[in-house]
Design a protein around this ligand. Structure first.
Ligand code: SF4
Length: 271
């Protein structure tokens, strides 16, 4: 799901408290909030401060390329050329490299080769929705004033079901194939189309394998309960303007660690 869909509309009131007009909750923002509320807060209010790691940049370029392939009929060579150009452009404007641009962590060519020659021939060519955006009403806030939505983007929906493209090198394990993200997609599909999808697939671009996700109805109910619980917790956080930092191992991969630790030093009077 795209991070750019995680925004929450907000304005600043006179006493410097945030007033929320609408909460748009995505799977990524739920995950952020669950691990560290401050990261969620930065994602919404200071998205421009994010410094994505090389794997995030690589993944976003691959997803854009697949969209180009599907919508504009681009060939493998064109996709690789565009990707390398995009990689150089993003690295040149990156804040964290100190002028030294790394090479892509994985091969763009292999990802596209696998998609075009291994995965694409197995896909339905009819009625495919590429990068399908959804915005689904969840509930109103307890005071009835603020609508809360669940938003996100699904890589592909076609008559055979839902597809999610992954760019890791490693083959997925049991836990990755049971990620909450798949419950989120299934739940969203059911809400939007009023029926279950035919199937759901983890598309591993590094190998060209398609993994079937076995959906359990009971676990889907658990996800729905979690969604409603998180939506009310996030709304309360906005109400009380409380987004505590949870410092831990997750800071290592956090795109907001720069702004977060700088502000922490300021708050502690170390600067
Ligand atoms: S760096 Fe750590 S404490 Fe700060 S926002 Fe990120 S996860 Fe939270």
């Amino acid at each position: 799901m795209a991070d750019s869909d995680d925004n929450t509309d907000w304005t600043i009131m006179a006493e410097n408290k945030l007033m929320v007009d609408e909460v748009r909750l995505s799977f990524s923002s739920m995950k952020d909030f669950g691990e560290c509320a401050k990261r969620y807060y930065y994602r919404v209010t200071a998205a421009e401060s994010a410094v994505p790691n090389v794997h995030m940049v690589f993944g976003s370029i691959v997803h854009d390329s697949i969209e180009k392939y599907e919508k504009n009929d681009k060939e493998l060579g064109e996709l690789v050329g565009w990707s390398l150009h995009e990689w150089d452009r993003k690295m040149a404007s990156s804040q964290f490299l100190g002028g030294k641009a790394p090479r892509p962590p994985k091969s763009f060519k292999r990802m596209y080769d696998n998609y075009i020659n291994e995965i694409s021939p197995k896909l339905s060519k009819e009625d495919a929705r590429i990068e399908h955006f959804f915005k689904l009403f969840l509930s109103y806030s307890p005071d009835g004033e603020v609508p809360i939505y669940f938003v996100g983007k699904i890589d592909r929906i076609d008559p055979n079901g839902i597809y999610d493209w992954k760019t890791s090198e490693r083959l997925p394990d049991l836990y990755e194939l049971a990620s909450n993200q798949f419950f989120a997609y299934w739940w969203a599909y059911r809400e939007e189309f009023g029926a279950d999808p035919e199937g759901m697939y983890y598309g591993h671009l590094g190998s060209g394998n398609l993994y079937n996700i076995d959906m359990s109805t009971v676990l889907l109910e658990n996800f729905e309960a979690l969604l409603h619980k998180m939506s009310s917790e996030i709304y309360n956080a906005w109400e009380q303007d409380e987004f505590p930092r949870i410092i831990g191992y997750q800071c290592k991969q956090c795109p907001f660690s720069g702004i977060c630790f700088r502000e922490l030093r300021e708050e502690q009077g170390h600067v």
